[in-house]
Design a protein around this ligand. Sequence first.
Ligand SMILES: [Zn+2]
Length: 227
Amino acid sequence: MNILIFGPPGSGKSTHSRNIVERYGLSYISSGDIIRSEIARGTSFGRELDRYISRGDLIPDTIVNTLIISRLRRQRSNFIIDGYPRTAEQVLALENYLYDHGINLDLAMEIFISKDESVERIAGRRICPKCGAVYHVKYNPPKIPGRCDVCGSKLVQRDDDREEVVERRYDIYVSNMRPIINFYKRQGLYVRIDGHGSIKEVWERIRPLLDYIKARETSYQRHQGLP
Ligand SMILES: [Zn+2]
């Protein structure tokens, strides 16, 4: 079972990816994690990536493709890819790789939430600048409003989490993903999961679908005498 997962800011896709990895034994390939770890290694390539991000520019497709495809080459098990592909060029690179290696995708899953929900989840976040504790004004409020439970520091909102920034990130996500979603719709692989509600509620929408795909795969392998 090989899966793509995507969703707008605050959709909870990383949390659900971790649950999927744990339950179905897939390798987790996250474009964000791969890019961050390249930057953390401090190589000249990592510094180049860092320059794109600090300028607010997109990392060129050729670089992202190289990073993801070389990660795919190094692994033998089934996978879930988070945050890739995001452009038509990236779709093409992934399709070529999968075709050349006889690998099938089973699902392109979007965890979808409305713009209002996205803004509420992200703009409500508060961070402690001193100890790094994370709160949410509605879902995980500190005991004293505006103060960190752990160290008492004044909580702040990250620039990236401001309402107008979240709205813009949401709009960019929707317009960038439209052609990619249409592509996977035509392939019969696209499924939209309703991402509203608690983590547990959303998980109970995902799990039966993946259990079904897994069961179908197992029965196919048995039928073919495959391991
Ligand atoms: Zn603190």
